[in-house]
Design a protein. Structure first.
Length: 116
C-alpha cells in the first residue's frame, strides 16, 4: 500500500529501526533517533542491493518516487545505480560487455611433488 505524507509525519521512533514500504522497491527506514531515510531495493545479477535516496523531509515522497523511477530505468537498461553509472536526472553509462574467459590462460592448480 502506498504511503501518504501525513502518515510519514506521524510515524513514531521506536526502540529498534523499522521499515515502511511504499511500492516498487521504495521504502522509508525509521531509526530510533527519529531519522527517516528513503531507500530503493533492487536486484542486479541475482544479488539484492539498496540505494539510499536521501533523508526525509529533504527528499519528499514525490521526489523519492521520481528518484526510484529513474533508478528502476537504470536497472532495466542493465546498469547498477550504485556503481556510479547513474545519476539523478542524468544518463546511465552502460556496463562493459562480458568477455569470455580462455581457460588456458588461467593458472593451473599446484600438484604434489613427485606427481606427474
Amino acid at each position: 500500500m502506498a504511503l501518504k505524507a501525513a502518515e510519514i509525519r506521524a510515524f513514531p521512533a521506536l526502540v529498534s529501526a523499522y521499515r515502511k514500504t511504499d511500492e516498487k522497491g521504495l521504502y522509508l527506514e525509521l531509526r530510533p533517533n527519529g531519522a527517516k531515510r528513503w531507500f530503493f531495493k533492487y536486484r542486479v545479477l541475482g544479488s539484492e542491493k539498496r540505494l539510499t535516496l536521501g533523508d526525509w523531509p529533504e527528499v519528499s515522497l514525490v521526489q523519492a518516487r521520481e528518484l526510484r523511477d529513474e533508478a528502476r530505468r537504470a536497472v532495466r537498461e542493465g546498469g547498477d545505480p550504485r556503481r556510479g553509472r547513474w545519476r539523478p536526472g542524468g544518463r546511465m553509462r552502460p556496463l562493459p560487455p562480458m568477455r569470455s574467459v580462455d581457460m588456458s590462460m588461467l593458472p593451473r592448480p599446484a600438484t604434489k611433488r613427485g606427481a606427474t
